[in-house]
Design a protein around this ligand. Sequence first.
Ligand SMILES: NC(=O)c1ccc[n+]([C@@H]2O[C@H](COP(=O)([O-])OP(=O)(O)OC[C@H]3O[C@@H](n4cnc5c(N)ncnc54)[C@H](O)[C@@H]3O)[C@@H](O)[C@H]2O)c1
Length: 295
Amino acid sequence: MDIAGRLAVVTGGGSGMGRELVVQLAARGCAVATCDVHGAELAETVALACKGAPGMRVTGHLCNVADEAQVDRFRDEVLEDHDREHVNLLFNNAGVSGGYSFVAEDRSDWDRTFAICWGGVYNCSRAFIPLLVASDAGYIVNTSSVNGFWAALGPDVPHSAYSTAKFAVKGFSESLITDLRVNAPHVKVAVVMPGHIGTGIMGNSRRILANADAETSADGPGELDDLVRRASEGFQAHAPVSAREAATHILDAVQDDAWRILVGDDARMLDEAVRSDPLAVYGPDGLALRSIWSG
Ligand SMILES: NC(=O)c1ccc[n+]([C@@H]2O[C@H](COP(=O)([O-])OP(=O)(O)OC[C@H]3O[C@@H](n4cnc5c(N)ncnc54)[C@H](O)[C@@H]3O)[C@@H](O)[C@H]2O)c1
């Protein structure tokens, strides 16, 4: 799809790949409406995008994608603020990492992680797919993960809620290929499966999951506990691919009409390993990927 001259919606635009998608979409001549639960970061993204693409319309909206009423309000704001009756691109990007063990942990992080990573994609797709269908050319781009085809972080590290949600995102996206071809052939779908990307996901996730009562916040980041802050900095510093590189890769693939977008050599290696020996990936000696995840 030619991105220039379109209107894109990006969820989770306050940080990481979402922020880079907003900035780069605007730079490619696309109007953007983005949402996040963190208002200060959202405003920063809008300012960055406007600075890089003067004159391009970029709007920020406080919205928790796990809440259907907020998503519907976000959709209405987008149409009003951009004075349109359709949108062309929907990037279901917002996500948090959490809910590691179904067995050993209390259920609150599991349920919230699933509600954001799957429920957010569901709510936004319900709200915006009719508007993609109403356009002359549409594209829905759903961010899954390598955890959408491999449900662990290593032989001893479960990743239960996140993987369950990301498998759902991948399955939903693949189911839309036929659905859209039959019912709305002018709308395309892509599933994005990044490996380790240098973003603030560890710290942001902790902030969101630890603050279960605060739906959205206009405040800047609060203090993270020292351990989480250091782990988050390490995750970002040791990533083989930056958020900027990941967003460029995703947008180039969308311009090429791709439907399956792996981001990073680690993602490609994992994909190959799972396909070549699916029975071996979860054993105690299963995928020796700790080196990749720990940098
Ligand atoms: N970073 C990685 O290594 C990696 C790997 C695979 C997949 N992903 C996926 O990529 C996507 C982007 O993550 P990122 O790494 O850029 O993380 P990030 O934390 O930098 O950005 C995610 C953004 O989503 C926002 N968000 C979280 N919950 C939300 C909600 N309920 N409503 C609205 N906004 C919300 C956060 O505030 C944040 O601004 C996520 O879906 C993530 O699961 C990331």
